[in-house]
Ligand binder design. Structure first.
Ligand code: 26V
Length: 797
C-alpha cells in the first residue's frame, strides 16, 4: 500500500517535472524538483478545496471573511505535506528520486507578507479555520516585495529588498476574471437624490488565490491576494511615437499600490500610499463579497446572516464606510439600514495600545483620497452621537481635523476584541473608556493562539514523535490532550527521552549557528532565546544589559560555578526607528567582545543571526531552553512567540504582560520565571520623574554596566558611541529598563539554578508542553466562531 503510494507520488512528481516544468530529470535543478513536488502536493489540495467550496454553496453556509493587510506565511511545501499526511511519503519519494527532501523544503523562499505578530496570527488563523471546517476567505494584498531582508554591516542593520516573486511559485492560481475597479479621489455628485462618487483615479484589483488546507486535508479555504493593475489601456500611440516611458506610466502608477509592504509597525505615518493600499484591499474584498452573496441571494438586508467580516486591526476599517457606500449609494438601501447591516457583519480586533501606532488620518488627506467616505464618516459620527446622547463632546471619529480609525472601527463593529485577557481589559479601561461605557457588551476577549501543526508537529519532529509515542496521535487537532503527558513527567524514562529530543534540536541549531554566524556554541549550554521585532517596549536592551552584567560577573570569578549560556537574539527594526537600530548595534558590539573573550569562553556566547523570519523561528523555537518575554508590563498586547516556546518545552522568563499572564496561570508559578513591575505599578512608577536615576543608584550591577558602556568597552573604535544611550538610561527610560533590572538579574539567576538540576529542569520543560493546550489557535478560532461570527463548522461531526 505504502509502496504503491510512493510509486504514485514518484510518477506524479516526474510527470510535473516533465510536462509542467518542461525539464528532463538529469537537467533538473533544485528549484525544478521543488516545483515538481509542490505541484504534486497542490494537486492533492485542489480536491478538498473544490469539495469545500461545493459544500459551502450547496448548504448555503455562512462565510467568514478575514481582512488583513498582512499575512506572514513562511514556507508552504512542508506544511502542505504535513497537513495532507504525506510528509514521510514525500521524503521517501524524493530520496528514491535522488533528491534531499530537506534541501528542497529549504529552497522555498518565505512568503513574508507581514511585519510580525499581527501577520503571523493571520496565517495561523487561516490554517485553523481550514482545520475546523469554518468556511472562510482571507483577503490581503499580493505585495511584490515582502518584508525587507536584514544584513549586518559593522554590526548595524542594513535593509535590502525582498523578492519572493522573482521565481514563479506553485501555490497561487491567478484569477484575472475576478477583478474589480477601485477608485480614488474625484468628486461626489447628487443624481436622482442619490449621492454618487465619481473617482478621479482608478486601478484594477486582480485576484490570486492560494488554497489553505487544514489538518488531514478535510477542508480547504482560500487566501485571496489582490494585485494592482492599470485600468487604462496601454497607450500604443505614445509608444509608437517613441515615448516609451509615458506609455508605461499608468501601469507603473497602478503597480506601486501592491509593490511594497510597509515595514514600520512602530509608528503611524500619514502616508497617502498606505491609505490607498488599505482602501484597495478593503474595497476589492467587499465588492467580491457582495458579488458572491448576490450570486445566491437577493435580499441585502439578510447579509449578516450569511456574512461575517473581521477587520485585523484598524488597517481595513474603511470597510465600515465602504460597505455603507456599496449598500446605499450603489444598491439603494436607506443610509441607516445600510449602517445597521454593515455593523451586524463587522468585527474589529485591536492588536496594540501604543498610541504612536494607532492610525489617524488628516481629514485633508482623507477627504482628498476618499471624498465620499469622508462624508459617510461624518454621518456615522452624527448618527452615533444622536443615538447615544451621553457621548462626551471629545469622543468621536473625527476630532482635531483627524479621522481616528480606532473609533471608526469600534463604532462600525458589533464586536470589538482584544487579544489577551489583560490586553482586553486595557482596551476597555485605557483605549476606549467612554465608548466602552456606552456599549458595555461590545468589547470582548479572544486570547491569541498558534497552530500546533506548524509550531509543534512540523518544526519539532523529535518532540512530536515522543508525544505521539506517549499519548498517541490525535493531539494535533485536540491540543488539550497534551495534558495526558502530565502523569509521565515523574517517569525518568520519559524525562530522559524529552531531554534527548531537546538536545537533538539544540545540536542541529548549533550546527546551523556555526555555519550562519561562525560562532561555536556548546549544545549543553542553556539556550536563552529572544526573537521578535526590535522595539523599545519589548526591551531587548534589558536582555543585553543583563548579558553584559553576566559577562562582568564571570570575568570577576572565572572559576565560579557558572551555568554556560548561549544568548540568542533575532529580529528586525523598522528602517526609520533609530533607537531600535542602536540596540541592534549594541547587541552585535557586545557579541564581538564577549565571543572573543578567552576568559569567559563557552560560559557565555551571544549570537544574533541576521534576517529573522518564520523559517528561522522554526529552527530556534524547538531548540530553546528559555523563552524571553520581558516587555514593559501593559505594552505587549499578547505575544504569540511566547506560546510557541511554551509548546516546545521552553519555560518563560517574563513579566506580567499580554498572554504571559495566561501562560503563568496555565503552567503554574513554579514553572515560570516571573519578575518585574505589573502594569499598574508601571503607571505609578512613571509618576516619579527620578525613577531611572534612583533605580540605577540602587543597583551596583547596573551602575557597573553603565560605566562599561560609557567607557566604550564594547565600541573601542568609537568610545562615545553609547553615550546617548547611557544618558537616556539615567534621565528618561520610559520603558523602565532600570527599574526592572535587578529583578530580571535575580530571575535569570533562578533560571541558572533550575537548569543546573537537570531532572528538575526537564520536568519544568515537559510541564510547559503538557499545559500548552490552551494556546492552540483552534481554541481561539472556536471563540471567534461562537462569540463574534455566529458561524458553525461545515464539517460533519
Ligand atoms: C501598525 C502599522 C502602522 C502603519 C504601517 C504598518 C503597520 C503595521 C502594523 C501595525 C500594528 C502592529 C500591531 C501588532 O503587530 N501587534 C501585535 O499583534 C500580535 C497579534 O495579536 C500580538 O501578539 C502582539 O503582542 C502585538 O504587538
Amino acid at each position: 500500500m505504502i509502496d504503491l503510494t510512493v510509486a504514485t507520488l514518484k510518477s506524479d512528481i516526474l510527470r510535473h517535472l516533465t510536462y509542467t516544468l518542461g525539464k528532463d530529470a538529469p537537467n533538473a535543478s533544485l528549484y525544478d524538483w521543488r516545483m515538481a513536488l509542490s505541484f504534486t502536493m497542490r494537486d492533492r489540495i485542489v480536491e478538498p478545496w473544490f469539495a469545500s467550496t461545493r459544500r459551502t454553496w450547496a448548504e448555503d453556509h455562512k462565510r467568514v471573511y478575514y481582512l488583513s493587510m498582512e499575512y506572514l506565511i513562511g514556507r508552504l511545501l512542508e506544511d502542505a505535506t504535513i497537513n495532507l499526511g504525506l510528509r514521510d511519503l514525500a521524503e521517501t519519494a524524493m530520496n528514491d528520486l535522488g533528491q534531499d527532501f530537506r534541501a528542497l523544503v529549504e529552497d522555498e523562499p518565505d512568503a513574508a507578507l507581514g511585519n510580525g505578530g499581527l501577520g503571523r496570527l493571520a496565517a495561523c488563523f487561516m490554517e485553523s479555520m481550514a482545520t475546523l471546517g469554518c468556511p472562510a476567505y482571507g483577503y490581503g494584498i499580493r505585495y511584490e516585495h515582502g518584508l525587507f531582508r536584514q544584513r549586518f554591516e559593522g554590526g548595524q542593520q542594513v535593509e535590502t529588498p525582498e523578492d519572493w516573486l522573482n521565481q514563479p511559485h506553485a501555490w497561487e492560481f491567478p484569477r484575472p476574471e475576478a477583478a474589480y475597479t477601485i477608485g480614488f479621489k474625484g468628486t461626489v455628485e447628487s443624481r436622482d437624490g442619490r449621492d454618487m462618487w465619481l473617482p478621479g483615479e482608478t486601478v484594477l484589483a486582480s485576484a490570486h488565490d492560494t488554497p489553505v488546507v487544514g489538518w488531514q486535508g478535510k477542508w480547504a479555504n482560500t487566501l485571496r491576494l489582490w494585485g494592482a493593475m492599470p485600468t487604462t489601456q496601454f497607450d500604443l500611440e505614445r509608444f509608437n511615437r517613441g515615448d516609451y516611458a509615458a506609455a508605461a506610466e499608468p501601469e507603473a502608477l497602478a503597480r506601486t499600490l501592491s509593490r511594497v509592504l510597509y515595514p514600520d509597525d512602530t509608528t503611524y505615518q500619514g502616508k497617502e500610499l498606505r491609505l490607498k493600499q488599505e482602501f484597495f484591499l478593503t474595497s476589492a474584498a467587499l465588492q467580491d463579497i457582495l458579488r458572491r452573496y448576490k450570486a445566491g441571494h437577493s435580499d441585502l438586508r439578510a447579509l449578516p446572516e450569511h456574512v461575517a467580516i473581521q477587520m485585523n486591526d484598524t488597517h481595513p476599517s474603511i470597510a465600515g464606510p465602504e460597505l455603507i457606500r456599496l449598500l446605499s449609494d450603489v444598491h439603494g438601501m436607506p443610509f441607516e439600514d445600510a449602517l445597521d447591516t454593515a455593523r451586524a457583519c463587522l468585527g474589529y480586533t485591536n492588536h496594540t495600545l501604543l498610541p504612536e501606532a494607532l492610525e489617524r488620518w488628516a481629514t485633508y488627506t482623507f477627504g482628498n483620497v476618499l471624498p465620499r467616505h469622508m462624508q459617510i464618516i461624518e454621518r456615522i459620527d452624527s448618527w452615533h452621537r444622536r443615538t447615544n446622547p451621553n457621548t462626551p463632546h471629545y469622543v468621536g471619529i473625527v476630532k482635531h481635523h483627524e479621522v481616528r480609525m480606532g473609533e471608526l472601527a469600534f463604532i462600525m463593529s458589533h464586536k470589538v476584541n482584544g487579544v489577551s485577557a489583560l490586553h482586553s481589559d486595557l482596551v476597555k479601561q485605557n483605549l476606549f473608556p467612554e465608548l466602552h461605557l456606552l456599549h458595555p457588551d461590545r468589547i470582548i476577549n479572544e486570547t491569541n493562539g498558534v497552530t500546533p501543526r506548524r509550531w509543534l508537529k512540523m518544526c519539532n519532529r523529535p518532540l512530536a514523535g515522543l508525544i505521539s509515542q506517549t499519548i498517541g496521535d490525535g493531539w494535533e487537532d485536540d491540543l488539550d490532550r497534551l495534558k495526558g503527558l502530565e502523569p509521565h513527567v515523574t517517569d525518568a524514562g520519559f524525562l530522559s527521552a524529552f531531554g534527548v529530543a531537546k538536545r537533538q534540536n539544540k545540536v542541529a541549531l548549533a550546527h546551523w549557528i556555526e555555519r550562519d554566524c561562525g560562532v561555536t556554541v556548546d549544545p549543553d549550554a542553556l539556550f536563552d532565546v529572544q526573537v521578535k521585532r526590535i522595539h523599545e517596549y519589548k526591551r531587548q536592551l534589558l536582555n543585553i544589559l543583563e548579558t553584559i552584567s553576566r559577562w562582568d560577573a564571570i570575568r570577576k570569578n572565572p572559576t565560579g560555578n557558572w551555568v554556560p549560556r548561549v544568548k540568542i537574539f533575532g529580529g528586525k527594526s523598522a528602517p526609520g526607528y533609530a533607537v531600535a537600530k542602536e540596540i541592534i548595534h549594541l547587541i552585535n558590539d557586545v557579541a564581538s567582545v564577549v565571543n572573543a573573550d578567552p576568559l569567559t569562553g563557552d560560559l557565555l556566547k551571544i549570537v544574533y543571526p541576521a534576517n529573522y523570519n518564520v523559517s528561522m523561528a522554526e529552527r530556534l523555537v524547538p531548540a530553546a531552553d528559555l523563552s524571553e518575554q520581558i516587555s514593559t508590563a501593559g505594552k505587549e498586547a499578547s505575544g504569540t512567540g511566547n506560546m510557541k516556546f511554551m509548546m516546545n518545552g521552553a519555560p518563560t522568563i517574563g513579566t506580567l504582560d499580554g498572554a504571559n499572564v495566561e501562560i503563568l496561570q496555565e503552567v503554574g508559578a513554579e514553572n515560570f520565571f516571573l519578575f518585574g513591575l505589573t502594569a499598574a505599578e508601571v503607571v505609578v512608577r512613571r509618576q516619579d520623574a527620578e525613577h531611572s536615576r534612583k533605580a540605577i543608584e540602587a543597583s551596583q550591577k547596573l551602575q557597573d554596566v553603565m560605566q562599561m558602556l560609557a567607557e566604550g568597552r564594547f565600541s573601542p573604535d568609537q568610545r562615545d558611541r553609547y553615550h546617548g544611550l547611557v544618558h537616556r538610561m539615567w534621565h528618561s527610560d520610559y520603558f523602565l529598563v532600570a527599574s526592572d533590572f535587578d529583578a530580571y538579574v535575580a530571575a535569570q539567576a533562578e533560571a541558572d539554578a533550575a537548569y543546573a538540576n537537570r531532572n528538575h529542569w526537564l520536568k519544568m520543560a515537559a510541564l510547559n508542553t503538557a499545559r500548552s493546550g490552551f494556546f492552540s489557535s483552534d481554541r481561539t478560532i472556536r471563540g471567534y466562531m461562537r462569540d463574534i461570527w455566529s458561524v458553525e463548522s461545515a464539517l460533519q461531526p
